[in-house]
Design a protein around this ligand. Sequence first.
Ligand SMILES: [Zn+2]
Length: 500
Amino acid sequence: MEPIAKFREIVKKQKAYGYMLNIIGWDSQTEAPREAFARRGEMVGIISGEMFKLLTSQDTIEGLGQLFESMDQFDDATKRELLRAKKQLDKIIKIPENEFVAYQMLLNKAQMVWQDAKEKNDYAAFKGVLAEIITANKKFAKYYAPEASAYNTMLDDFEEGWTMADFDQFFDVLKKELVPFVRKLLAQKQPPVAPFVKRHYEKEKQKEFADYLIDVMQFNRNRGLMKQSVHPFTWNTSPTDVRFTNRYIEDYFLSSIFSAVHELGHAIYEQQVDTKWDDTMLNGGVSMGIHESQSRFFENIVGRSHLFWEAHYPKLKSIFPEQLKDVTLEDFYRAVNRSEASLIRVEADELTYPLHIMLRYEIERMFVEGDLSVDDLPRIWNEKSQEYLGITPKTDSEGILQDVHWSGGMIGYFPTYALGSAISAQIYQTMAQEINVDQAIRDNKLGIVTDWLKEKIHQYGSSKSPKQLLEEVTHESFNPHYYVRYLKAKYGELYNIKED
Ligand SMILES: [Zn+2]
């Protein structure tokens, strides 16, 4: 058999294993009964083992080696696919097996240690495993790419092609342009949270509105569905099967509205990828940053716009006539765009959110590239929090211990959250030159917007790198000024802040 045909066969088999594991994963996070866990764990272990054997078999390694030698004969997409396959393989085989196993056990333990430490506000109990996780990740990064800086390797893992130089430039702009603006806003006396926000909203009715949003966003119900889970997420095996979850908090109904719009942004992206990539390694959304740009575009730029609520507030009001009877469109718009100094990242507003991320990026950069001791982390966290957000955590639980990422070994992940928002503003700028976005939002015709995204971004799946994709869509490389301009225009108007 031709090496490329052999490669195709292996990829297809890998897809089949992945498919099973995905479906099982979806089931366990949504519907599976408690006592199913042990048995399922066993089955998952066997399937994962088979998949691992396939990926690391002599056949696979040699086949890929042969293909690499004759790289020139392939088109760009296939070349890119082979490079991705090689990267995936390297991730597995370059780490000595005993170190890999020890690391998995460390992560397992870290999860519980972190949860306990967060609950008891006891950073001292966590810092030991954190130090071990950092050390292991630095070591692994050197196995993958001995020449590269460890943090660059980690960043590339979450956002292909993105380095410290790129992110430094991005966060420098935020520091110079956004931090002073946020300071002005936060210095103003804030009106209290509007009482209607905390009223009681029945779960069933919240779900009814989320269901309405599915059609507003033009999500294809024949290719997907919505369920409930503790933390909302989007899941897919191919564009023909894209699922997402939502959650309903009865005394905080805004949460279910914006998490539905956010997840729908991810889900529409996956639904609109061309199915021709299904059996290749170029399927699905290309990167964390580009994916997050789609979800945050819909959540913030569309979903928190005045135009969007001009179109949909009457519907929301008809579902909750009692709770919203004294609430005008204007009240509602202001409430969903309220900005304040806050400590917890996941509850932060659109404006201050990227500053939470900047803080984490700078700390990661210091502990991976510098020789910052884990003993110093809480102090540095608190100082930066004061500097960027104007507020100091009273406890480590609401400071350095708040996020799950580091205990899960995810170092280099955070910056993609802020990158996504910034990319969404850049894409929006181009989109607005090519189609009438405002009118589409106001007239409840988001299909015009999703069609544009399909043509320019979604259809390509992962066949282009994130940087290439952004450049082709917007005709320039990443430019964070669009993001800063967008935020300043919106919040300048809302809070009446004049620029000097
Ligand atoms: Zn997201």
